[in-house]
Ligand binder design. Sequence first.
Ligand code: 9WN
Length: 431
Amino acid sequence: MTSHQELLRRAEQVLRANDVGGAYTRPSPRLYPHQWNWDSAFAALGWARLDWARAAREIETLLLGQWTNGMVPHIRYNPEVTDYAPGPEWWPDVPVRRPGQITSGITQPYVLASASYRVGMLAPDVPSRREWWLNVYDSLVEALLYFPNHRTTGDSPLIVVVHPWESGLDNSPRWDFATGQGRRPSRPYRRVDTTIVDPSARPTGRDYDLYMYLVELFASSHYDLTNYLRRTPFAVHDALFNAAWYRSALDLNRVAAALGRVPAVRQAALAEFRGAYHRTLWDGAVGLFRDRDVLTGRLIPTDTIAGLMAIYAGLVDAAQAARMLARYGERSRGCLPLPSTLPDQEGFDPVKYWRGPVWVNTNWMLIQGLADLGLHREAAELTTRTVDLVRAAGFHEYFHAYSGQGVGGGDFTWSAALVIDLLHGSGSRLR
Ligand code: 9WN
């Protein structure tokens, strides 16, 4: 059996092989050659244990793509790379702050501020931590506040996600209600992903038709939520996305306190957000949070790992977290922990991307939340199972929900980075 040391060595090799010129870490060598938003946040957590300055740089380069309104896009394109679709031609007139930056027109779950808090905590000494936080703090706050300022509707403080890619869990069956409407973009598009990875493990043609339709729609709405909401079939209050934002808000407030600044988000606003999250997304009958279709006002009746992310955010107490996790475990008996979609759900598929396979990042998020809530036994168990999965199968993008076989892209950055972090004991409190 591979020792911890050997596993760490291999994980480091994956990160170093995916390092593009010391500037950013591509998520996977061929499948994802550009810089992705939440991937870079996770990558930084791995780098922080190997080379702290490199971790800081990962976050700084991602922030180079920031827009004038504060949004940090989901992809920062490398102009030298052309074999990814859709390319930047699908995202016209992006309002980047720095001329020459090329980005997509949507964002991703905002785990970046939480990652920046942790990277800062791992700095070699207190002066370097402070100096680096001072460097990135304003950008991180602007990125955080982009959401309440530009991505809410009506009187809800919850954030509206406008594209399945924004959710980070692209083809989750939660979004099938929209895929099922048969929308298509006006122009032909190409796919590269299915030439690299077995198409049976990737989103379908119908999924991509919707993705590209929504790309056109959001771009032609000038990336403005109000314009977009008038025309779209897809706008959701996503349970994972909103949980990630809340945790980033808490973590940025910790940075603010360390820097002697006023909180990034005030207590009253946090309490209002927490209240709305529970009132809007909790489904007592299933004992999980669900996502809400903003257009109909109804909860989307599909149970996935997103429904557990209140644990990551500290939006539930330890007792509720333990109940939610136990129930998820019972409903996914026979699967490796924790499948991205529960196997009793319509649309579950053990091998297809976000429809069932196990992912390291979602497990990692839950481990952090469990540890913070004092559920150390649960955190330790999930850590062991996650590390063992990767030890047996390699640093794949995702893992077959029953067999654990590695699927999707190989040499996947966040699988390596987060295993490094877990092996350094991140499932125990870092405060
Ligand atoms: C679209 C890079 C990204 C991850 C997402 C994952 C996948 C992209 C794709 O890869 O999405 O953004 O082309 O399928 O779903 O979470 O950030 O690893």
